[in-house]
Design a protein. Sequence first.
Length: 394
Amino acid sequence: MRVVLGVGGGIAAYKACEVASRLVQDGHTVDVVMTEAARQFVAPLTFRALTHRPVSTSVADEPVGVLSHVALAHAADVMVVAPATADLLARLASGRADDMLTAVYLGVRCPVLVAPAMEPEMWTHPATRRAATVLAGDGVGLLGPASGRMASGEHGIGRMVEPDAIVRAVRRLATPQDLAGLRLLITAGPTWEFFDPVRLLSNPSTGSMGVAVAEAAYFRGADVTLVHGPLTVPIPPEVAAVGVTTTEEMAAAVDERFGDVDAVVAAAAVADFRPAAPSAAKLKKADGGQPTAWAVERTVDILARLGDAKRPHQTVVGFKAETDHHVERAVAMWRAKHLDLVVANRVEAGHGFGDGDTDAWLVWSPDRVEPYHGPKAGLAAALLDALVSLRGGR
């Protein structure tokens, strides 16, 4: 994808260097356009070294061809302005074309993302708010600003968002939106069932599989809600997250939202059993050092309830973690719980949980089983491809 990166003249211009580098690493062609003020903070040579492309700063001395503001505008698939100072926001909003950056902006017909950066008083000033409102009304995507410490030492809203947020926004624009409009509920991570306040029954799940599906679905345009147990992996910042601890809490959170979604991917490693009589106080060791015997009972079967309750427009995907007979057990689950797809996972000591490659099978039906071996991000992509196919014209 061809990205035009406009850099305004603020101290946050140094962050634009990382934005340019990350975009190039993601495989994009990046053309940097700087204001004259931006040159006082970062030298054009820095961006030229990062992008391996010429850098443009002035309309007056632009050569005909690759750096022409017309050529840049017509070739752009997305334009990013970071940082955008109060002055630059005002000039963009008023339609001025008094430098290369604003001239390119007026010529583009692609998505535009703007990351404001200025002192809190400048951001909250009515003139700046009007400019931001005008740009938003023109279809410009405003990223931030964020809250934090300013270059002046003051704290407040006005910091440019971090480069990762900008790169992720570009990534979503670059990803085919085949899940646009889909309301997707995903479960992830383990659930904890307590014997007493310090002992619990659970499993080694980190939540990485469910989080990978949530992130991939967001980039493909879905409206994602993640219901998760205790995780050891970070949650994508764009995803709405609901944290729970026990299976009963997860079931309640899923039930509350199930009627409002189009599809569910149940990737959580739910505890199948819980203590029948948990203690409110820490249980002491038995006399003689022998372990205490604890009775357990079944937890609620979330997937079975979803399969029974789903309506014609809804799709339910389940996960089945097994140490043996993976496909046979997944087929039995597909039948018994009325699921649309089951992902069978091979789990054993040191395999299946956490990072690393995974062995899995996508079970569409008893007669259609697709094996997979590779990273969880790849399995997430394959699962979402299957979801698109399953939904068809729903």
